[in-house]
Design a binder for this molecule. Structure first.
Ligand SMILES: [Zn+2]
Length: 551
């Protein structure tokens, strides 16, 4: 199939599978590129027999009529138009008529054919994009040799499609002295995806800036923007950050897939023993529930599951959120994205939300004193507040809030429960290798004995008690992209607030003292919870050590 690929056109990606298979022949046999460029129009033929006319703000109505006539259609034929940027349209036309192709992967573009400039495109060439194209095919793209930005469009579109397909959370475009590296973050770890020549960078970054409405000319200052598009019928929101480095602008695209499933509280991995405690807190009419952890630890997913649950429990309540940005759209509640550029921050947004008579408020993150203060005040005055804090463990939430300037007595009278969470990679079910039991002999066990003693404080006796339970190590296969892991599972540390902890917060005890007291009261730490997953054969010991801190 020959199409110009997934075309991002003002936020719309045409699903290549909708484009007619004979489209390339169709366009070349019906139109000359010069005609399409002059009239600024590109008719896209779809499999269902319909057409989408790509036009620009400068396209004349007569041109549309003319194309309809040329296509032999009558005016009642179903026809959609899509306005796109003029350069983008020209780029698309170029990609059909003028761009000659790389040959066999040495990275050289053979340049334009002279003369008529309508050389057409050979079958199976390097510029055709269909949904199955893989990244290896892109390695040889030589964008700098090409005058139009169509290859950059194709490259970035393919990267986004590929990232969405692989459930990557971020695309990193990293310039170095001698190369440009593209990495994807999948299941929390960065993986190399593509290495390009450094010369590709400016065109690629310009294209990203166009898509995210950033200033193309500004190359010295960091910029933030966003792209909203649809990939294979899924709405995808992309947060874009561009910063200048000594080797050029580095771009990170964070992908928020809005069609992701919204979990219920009993689906996020909170162990049964804690469920009653969590439900008790969710049933309260006021107070604060805090979820802690680093970026990418699943805090927001957990808060959303709380919202989802209270929404079902209390359909009569007014639920409002303020987020950075709204990551999942939940029906029946009011969600607001912060926008600091126009002064809509967490704290200002929160003040306004309070005038909207909310019962339950979710604050994406507490980062400053102002937000913390309003959050605590709201929790004390009849609102149930969910929020997140950037701390390493549950006990540190209190010190973080006092460090921000919140009075300890306000914290101790508002907080109901604090979560800490991490996402652990799950061993690939197709290649995980069993290591027979702890009591087996050999170097493996010696290795484990040492780690179990050093990291987990287990004695040889403890280890012996674990018996012949099968544990696994990561190996790697095609199914898991040689990583040994596939998917993730959440582990939680849940700190219940009782009188002892309350007193300790009031007296400004340290987070380690609070943690020790909580453990004494039966709190399972992140490390212990993660170790359980290892003992169940779900993850590796290395992953437990990587993700959690020693208690
Ligand atoms: Zn595998």
């Amino acid at each position: 199939m020959e199409t110009f690929g997934l075309n991002v056109t003002n936020g719309l990606i045409f699903d290549v599978s909708d484009v007619s298979d004979d489209f390339a022949d169709f366009i070349k046999s019906n139109f000359r590129s010069i005609y399409l460029k002059k009239n600024l129009i590109f008719p896209l033929k779809l499999k269902d027999g319909g057409y989408i006319m790509l036009i620009t703000v400068a396209t004349k109505g007569d041109a549309v009529k003319d194309v309809i006539l040329k296509l032999g259609l009558d005016y009642n034929f179903p026809l959609k138009t899509q306005k796109i940027d003029e350069n983008e349209l020209i780029g698309i036309i170029n990609s059909y008529y003028e761009i000659s192709l790389k040959d066999g992967g040495d990275g050289k573009s053979s340049g334009k054919d002279g003369g008529a400039g309508e050389t057409g495109r050979g079958g199976g060439d390097g510029w055709t994009t269909d949904a199955e194209e893989n990244l290896d095919d892109l390695k040889s793209i030589d964008i700098i040799d090409v005058t139009s930005d169509a290859p950059a469009i194709k490259l970035i579109n393919t990267l986004i499609l590929e990232a969405v397909k692989e459930n990557a959370s971020d695309i990193h475009i990293e310039p170095y002295y001698d190369r440009l590296t593209v990495r994807f973050r999948i299941d929390g770890s960065l993986t190399d995806k593509l290495t390009l020549k450094p010369g590709v960078l400016p065109v690629l970054v310009s294209r990203i800036k166009v898509m995210s409405n950033l200033d193309i000319a500004e190359k010295r200052l960091p910029q933030d923007g966003r792209i909203e598009l649809t990939v294979k019928n899924r709405p995808v929101d992309i947060r874009v950050s561009v910063i200048p480095t000594i080797f050029g602008e580095r771009a990170v695209l964070r992908i928020l897939d809005k069609s992701l499933k919204l979990f219920d509280i009993n689906e996020v991995g909170i162990s049964g023993a804690y469920m009653d405690t969590v439900y008790d807190s969710l049933r309260k009419t006021h107070g604060m529930i805090i979820s802690t952890g680093p970026t990418g630890s699943g805090k927001t997913t957990t808060l959303y599951s709380f919202i989802n649950t209270v929404k079902k429990l209390y359909p009569d309540k007014n639920i409002m959120t303020i987020e950075d940005p709204v990551e999942y759209q939940i029906g029946g509640i009011a969600q607001i994205s912060i926008n600091p550029k126009i002064g809509l921050t967490f704290s200002t947004g929160l003040r306004h939300i309070l005038r909207q008579d909310p019962d339950i408020i979710m604050i994406g993150e507490i980062r400053d004193f102002e937000t913390a203060e309003i959050a605590v005040q709201s929790a004390l005055t009849g609102h149930l507040v969910f929020s997140t804090l950037h701390t390493n463990d549950a006990a540190s939430a209190f010190t973080r809030l006092t460090d921000m300037g919140v009075e300890p007595f306000l914290i101790s009278s508002s907080v109901l429960i604090v979560f800490a969470q991490r996402l652990l990679r799950v061993l690939c079910p197709k290649c995980k290798e069993p290591v027979k039991g702890f009591s087996a002999v050999g170097t493996t066990v010696d290795y484990y004995s040492k780690i179990l003693a050093d990291e987990f404080g287990l004695t040889p006796q403890n280890i012996k008690e674990m018996g012949d339970k099968e544990i696994y190590v990561a190996k790697g296969c095609d199914f898991c992209a040689q990583t040994g892991y596939r998917g993730r599972t959440a582990v939680y540390e849940i700190l219940e607030f009782n009188d002892e902890i309350r007193t300790m917060v009031m007296s400004k005890s340290s987070s380690s003292e609070i943690k020790a007291a909580a453990v004494k009261n039966g709190m399972n730490t992140l490390r212990r919870e993660a170790f359980k997953k290892f003992a169940e054969g779900l993850t590796s010991l290395e992953e437990v050590i990587r993700i959690t801190q020693k208690d």
